[in-house]
Design a protein around this ligand. Sequence first.
Ligand code: GUN
Ligand code: FE
Length: 459
Amino acid sequence: MSWKIFLGNIVTSSKINELNAFSGYVVVKDGQINGVGKLVDLEQKYKDFDTECEVIHLLPHQFLMPGFVDCHTHAPQFPNIGLGLDLPLLQWLDKYTFPLEKKYEDTQFAAQVYDKVVRRLLDNGTTTACYFGSLHSEGTVELAKSALKHKQRAFIGKVSMDVKNDTGYYNNTQDELIQVKMFIEKIKSFQNDLVKPIITPRFALSCGGELMKGLAELAHQYMCPIQTHVSENQKEIEAVLAMFPDCSSYSEVYDRCDILKHRCILAHGVWLSDAELALLVSRRAAVAHCPASNTRLRSGLCPVRRLLDHGVTVGLGTDVSGGDSASILDAMRRAMDVSTHLEMLTAGERALDWREVFYLATRGGAEALSMDSNGSFESSFDFDALVVDVYTDGQVDKFDYPPASGEEYILQLLQKFIYVGDDRNIVHVYVKGEKVKDVNHLEKKVATLQSVIKNLTGR
Ligand code: GUN
Ligand code: FE
C-alpha cells in the first residue's frame, strides 16, 4: 500500500459558486484521496494512524489544486496548431483539417504525433483529456497507447464519418460501425481504467442518420459515452437543417438518432436556442466550451452564462487546432474574455469570473464528462492534482510588499496563476497518485503520519 500526505496551501472547488482555499492536508492512499481538510483538523482525523507515508511539504508560495480537465481536443490536428486560421469552419475543415487527418493512415506517423500531444497536455496540467482521434482505428489506438505510456487519464474517440468529401476522408457506413465496435473492444482490452473509449460521430454534416443511430446503439451496448460537435457556426447550422429537413433544430437531429442520452458531450453550442438548451438538460447532455477556437474560426461568442442559467453542465475544451493553445489555463482566460466581451455588448449578461472558470476547468469538466470521482479534492476521489509554484521562473514576479495572509494570500496566489501564469508554474502533476511531471524536485521524505502530526502540533 502506498500513502502520501501533502501539506500546504490547497485550492479546490466542488460547485461553481463555492471555491475552497485553506492551509491544509490531502492524504492519498493508492492513488485515491483518503482525507482532505484543514491542518488544524489533521490530528483529530488521523490520531490512530501510524502509517508510513511520503510527506510532501509545499512551499509557502505553492498550492495544490485538482488537475485540469480538457473536455474537447483533436489529437491529430496538433501539427496544424497555429496554422490555417484564416478560414471559417467549413472551408477550414476541407482545406486544412481533413487533409492532415487523412495522414493518420500511417500508424507510425500517428504514434510520433500522439506521443508529443499527450506529453504537451500533461505538461500543461491536463490530467484528463477527452480526445478526438482520426477516422483510423489503428492510428487512434496509438493515442491510447501514448496516454497509457505517459499515464494520462483519457477518453479516446475514433472519429466516425460516412458522408463524402473532396479529400476522400470517410468510410462506408457498415464498415464504420464494425470498426467502431472493434475499436471499443481494443481499448477495453487494455484493462486499464486510465483510458476509456468514447463514441465519436464527427458532426451531423459528416454522418448520416443510419450511422448515428448505429453509433447510439453501440453506446447503449457498451455503456460508452458519446462526443460530437453542435451549433458551432451559423453556416454549419444552415447546412445541417438543409441535410435534415424534418428537424427543427441541430440538437433535434442528434436527439432523433438517440445520440444525446448517452452521457453525451457536445463541443461548442454557440448558437443553441432556449428549446435546444432545455432538450440538452432533459437528456443530461453537456457542452464543452471552446473559446479559443470560437474566436479563431470566427464562429461566435458562446453565451456560457446563459447555458449555465438554463442548467446545462459545462466544461472547457482547447479544441486544437481550431483553438491555438493546448492549455486549459489559457482556455480559462479566453472563457473569461469572451464572457466579458458579451457583458460589454449585452445588457444584463454577467461575465464569468476567475472562481467560476476554475470550477469549469476542474470539477465542471469532470461533470461534463460524467466522471463521478474526479476534478476536486473529496474523500474517495482519484488524486489527479497539480502543484503550482507561483514564483518559479515564469511571468509572475515577486514584489517586495507586505503580502496578505491566510485565505486571502492563497486566493492571491491563485489569481496570479490564473491571470498571469503558464505551464512553467505547474511544477508537479499527479494522475491517480503517480507523479507524471516533475520540474524541480521537492525533497522527498518518508515519515509516519504520527510524526507528521507531532511536528505540526509540537506535541
Ligand atoms: N466540426 C466538425 N469537425 C470539427 C473540427 O475538427 N473542429 C472544429 N472546431 N469543429 C468541427
Ligand atoms: Fe472540435
